[in-house]
Design a protein around this ligand. Sequence first.
Ligand code: KG4
Ligand code: ZN
Length: 336
Amino acid sequence: MKVLGLETSCDETGIAIYDTDAGLLAHKIYSQIEQHAEYGGVVPELASRDHVRKTLPLIDDVLEEAGLTKADLSAIAFTSGPGLVGALMAGATIGRSLAMSLDIPALGVHHMEGHLLAPMLEDERPDMPFIALLVSGGHTQLVRVDAIGKYKLLGQSLDDAAGEAFDKAAKMIGLPYPGGPYIASLAEHGNPDSGIKFPRPMTDRPGLDFSFSGLKTAFLTAVHEALDDERFNEQFKSDIALAFEQAVVDTLVIKCRRALEQESLKRLIIAGGVSANKRLREQLESKLAKIGGSVFYARPEFCTDNGAMIAYAGAQRLKAGQSSPLNLSIRARWPL
Ligand code: KG4
Ligand code: ZN
């Protein structure tokens, strides 16, 4: 079965074809990041318009790359939430109409389920059950995964998502949007002995919830102090980026380890934009090795938004005999 996947929940148009026998056949991502960068965040109206413009040409591109025509498709999966309403509507309308015209099933996919399953597109993938850490611009969640569709939320951020914290911190020191990758590359030149220290929020008490808004405030205070003392220069920016990245990564690592211990599991998947972070991957690998655990993740382009994860999640749903009715609905907010 060949499933076309459409991802249009935010600022990337991601299109892919996943074959339940042969695996991923083709995928393309068009990023709108440059258009939104000058506004410091995603402008919903611009995002929807661009998805409308790009989705059909990209579908033609992936079909050509896979050497297929529309008649070869078995189903169409599209992101039906959570995300920006107009952006979701663009993909859902195109996906649903195309499925109707081809007389094949359409599948509305949860964006976070897509992220969660993205590491399953790789050769090295874990058996279920496992723990998933979902870390994106909008979510920070620890989930126990027993089977496709069988997810138990173990903990989540009570305020800002980890990616959001990276983006806000980056903005405070004048870095472009989205700031996560910029903080990470600045941090490579940071001095670990700079003396800048940030808290590891909510790690000193039991539980698997997160809170990143205090860290953001601590970051702003440190920036103001440096400005007042005229210490705010390129080296300071690298040092504070490193201290911040270490604080977020340590916090995530502590909670992942705790989740594995609590659930008596050894396998962890990390997914979502922040799972592209090199320090997070390295720290998890070394810290989990000590308890006999292992960590799995997707290649960097499948950590952030992409169509392959939606095509894959849709294919799993199709195998389970599911599909979405004609009167499709999209959901801006939608718990996993
Ligand atoms: O999953 P994603 O592409 O979109 C959402 O669904 O939110 O995640 C985007 C988030 C942004 O906050 C971005 O700054 C962050 O992922 N991100 C990173 C890195 N790459 C992307 N954060 C830290 N380190 C990175 N290397
Ligand atoms: Zn996402």
